[in-house]
Design a protein around this ligand. Sequence first.
Ligand code: BTN
Length: 263
Amino acid sequence: MSLSPAHWTPLLTTRALGRAVSHYEHTLTSTNAILKDMAKQGAPHGSLCLCECQTAGRGRMDRSWSSPKGQGVWLSVLLRPALKPEEAPLVTFCAALAMAKAVRETAGLQAGIKWPNDLVLQGRKVCGILLEMGFDAQGLFIVCGTGLNVRRDAYPPELAERAVSLEECGCIPDRGAVIAAYLQALEEAVSAVEQQGFAGIAAAYRAECVTLRSQVQVIGAETFTGTAEDIDEGGALLVRTEAGELRRVLAGDVSVRGVMGYV
Ligand code: BTN
């Protein structure tokens, strides 16, 4: 089914998210890159950019993101939230929660959240989120990019151990329905964070976070292992090292892997 807005905007119940849509049937470099440019030209809060295929999809930590034609939901949303710049990274947790809800509602699959914002099924990554921030005449803006693997029956060897699609997990949902459900849930989560900070989504996030209570390897300027004990009010992961020290891990700085595998 096409991603044409005519197909899915009748499902939208949001106030602002997805009310201005740039939809590209063809190939784009990156929805994040395009939307960032649109933001600098004054695009409004809630603007959405989506496409069928990206040639330069961007991932976290300067990685690329494989985005083949028609096989996923590759989109970015522009947010101009009532948040201080230091609170902006909390949106990453909102996006993970929102996409987990959308996948549950439209595909009937319960994806877990691997801290901070990967969605996982069957121990592999089904969705990644990339936040990019900037400032313009209107103040802080956030481009929240989301890549959800929907249709794909095989991955190249370098991705096969870590990536999975909804199709491989037994369900191919209507992508328009996923988008509408995601935007609704994202709007609600961002509003909760605007009002209460991380506390506004903490219970829901902790309930879906599969990293908590697991053994993790933290890979950053320094690499160490420990047990992920909790998430604090700023969204940082609290990891108890084998020496008994509690270390506060910030999302932007590190990769976190399971000791026994990706999750
Ligand atoms: C990650 O590394 O986990 C983040 C991946 C984010 C990919 C999405 S696809 C749509 C949007 N445009 C991009 O260039 N990247 C994000």
